[in-house]
Ligand binder design. Structure first.
Ligand SMILES: [Zn+2]
Ligand SMILES: [Zn+2]
Length: 372
C-alpha cells in the first residue's frame, strides 16, 4: 500500500527528519515537504570539510521563498545540525580556534537563512580537566552569541561517558550556568543518546523519571528540540548507534509516550534513524502521527505493530547483545590490566582518551550526506 506523505495539519506535534540538501540548501525545504515533515534538520555545509563555499544571494532568497511557500517558520521549525568535529571543549587552543571559526560560520549561515535554532554536539574535554573545559566551552559560546544576533544554540545530550561533554545532564547544566544570555541557549534531547548514556526511557515510569531528572538538573524551559531515534545497542551501552523506531532496544512505547506529551507540542521532533533515503522518514512520520491517535498501551493494533517492528530488528539486536557482552568482558580485562599496571607505575601520566564515537559518527554521516 502506498502511504501518502502529506504534512499533517491535525497533529499537535512537529514531527520531522534530517533531510538532504543535495543540489543546494534551498532543496532541503522541498525535500522536507515531500515526506510530510512538520519540522526538519539539515547540514548547513559539508559536515566533513572545514570550509565550504558561502551561499549565493540567489540561494538564500530561494530558501526563504521555499519556506514561505511550503509554510515552514525558519525561526521555529528548522534545526540545522552542526559539524561533528566542532569541539569547543578541546584543551588544544589552536584546534579550538578552528572549531570556533567553523561554529561562527555555521551560525552566520543560520542567520542568513533566517533560521532560529542550531544543534551542536558539545564536544569532548579529551585529556583536559573536565570542569575547566566546560567553562572554556561556555566562554566560546558566549563569544559566538555576542558575534551573532538571534540564533539559539541547542546543546545535544550525548551517549558516551567520561570526557564526552553532555553524556551527563549535569554537564549541560554547568555549561548553561556560564552562559550570559540565557535566551540564546537550550538543549536538544536525543532519545538514543539518553538511553545509551544510562537514562532509561522504556516505560511510563522510567520515562517520567528521566524528564523529572531533566527538569531538576537542566530545566525543562531549556528544552528546545528532540532527536527521535531508537537505539541499536542495549541500555547504557554508551554507543551512539541509531536504529529505526520500534526496531531497537528502546521500543515503540517510548515514542507513543512522546506523541502524547503536552510538553513537546511546540518543539521540532527530528528523526535521525538509519534510512536508505528520505522516504523512510516519511513512513516514520506517518507512524508517529498514528501513535498520537493510540491512547492506550494495551491497544491491540499497537501491540501488533510493536511485535512487527521488534521482529524486523531482532537479528540486529541479538548481534548487538553479543557485541555488548564481548565488549564488557574486554573492558573488565583491560581494567584489571590497567589496575595492575597503575599499581606498578602510579606516577606515569595516563594516555589521552580518544574521541572515537564522534569521529566514527562524523565519517559515517558525512558519507551518507554525500551518497544522498
Ligand atoms: Zn541527535
Ligand atoms: Zn547520535
Amino acid at each position: 500500500m502506498l502511504t501518502k506523505m502529506i504534512r499533517s495539519t491535525t497533529s499537535k506535534y512537529k514531527f520531522g527528519a534530517h533531510v538532504s540538501t543535495k543540489g543546494g540548501v534551498s532543496n532541503s525545504v522541498t525535500n522536507a515537504y515531500n515526506i510530510g515533515c512538520n519540522s526538519f534538520a539539515l547540514f548547513l555545509k559539508s559536515p566533513r570539510k572545514w570550509e565550504s563555499p558561502q551561499y549565493t544571494t540567489e540561494e538564500i532568497l530561494k530558501f526563504k521563498a521555499n519556506c514561505e511557500e511550503f509554510r515552514y517558520d525558519p525561526l521555529l521549525d528548522i534545526l540545522p545540525h552542526g559539524q561533528y568535529f566542532i569541539n569547543l571543549a578541546n584543551p588544544d587552543k589552536e584546534k579550538t580556534e578552528k572549531s570556533f571559526n567553523s561554529l561562527l560560520d555555521d551560525l552566520t549561515r543560520c542567520e542568513q537563512l533566517g533560521i532560529g535554532l542550531y544543534n551542536l554536539h558539545p564536544g569532548s574535554s579529551i585529556d583536559g580537566d573536565h570542569q575547566r573545559q566546560l567553562k572554556q566551552l561556555a566562554e566560546y559560546l558566549n563569544k559566538a552569541i555576542k558575534k551573532t544576533k538571534f540564533v539559539k544554540i541547542l546543546l545535544e545530550n550525548m551517549s558516551g561517558k567520561g570526557n564526552l561533554v553532555g553524556s551527563d545532564l549535569k554537564d549541560l547544566e554547568t555549561v548553561i550556568s556560564f552562559i550570559e544570555d540565557k535566551s540564546r541557549i537550550g538543549v536538544c534531547v536525543d532519545t538514543c543518546h539518553t538511553f545509551s548514556a544510562g537514562y532509561d526511557l522504556r516505560n511510563k515510569e522510567s520515562f517520567e523519571k528521566f524528564w523529572k531528572d531533566f527538569d531538576d538538573i537542566v530545566g525543562l524551559k531549556y528544552l528546545g528540540a528532540i532527536h527521535l531515534n531508537d537505539s541499536k545497542t542495549p541500555y547504557a551501552a554508551n554507543k551512539d548507534l541509531h536504529e529505526k523506531l520500534g526496531e531497537g532496544f528502546i521500543g515503540l512505547e517510548t515514542f507513543r509516550l512522546i506523541s502524547h506529551d503536552e510538553r513537546f507540542t511546540k518543539l521540532p521532533i527530528i528523526l535521525e534513524t538509519p534510512q536508505k533515503d528520505d522516504t523512510g522518514y516519511g513512513h516514520e512520520i506517518n507512524l508517529l502521527e498514528w501513535l498520537e491517535t493510540v491512547d492506550r498501551s494495551e491497544d491491540s493494533e499497537l501491540k501488533a505493530k510493536i511485535q512487527e517492528l521488534q521482529q524486523l530488528g531482532e537479528k540486529s539486536r541479538n548481534e548487538q547483545i553479543k557485541k555488548f557482552e564481548e565488549g564488557e568482558k574486554k573492558k573488565a580485562n583491560l581494567q584489571a590490566k590497567r589496575a595492575a599496571k597503575n599499581a606498578k607505575t602510579s606516577s606515569k601520566k595516563r594516555a589521552p582518551a580518544g574521541n572515537d564515537i564522534m569521529s566514527r559518527l562524523s565519517r559515517k554521516r558525512a558519507k551518507k550526506e554525500e551518497d544522498n
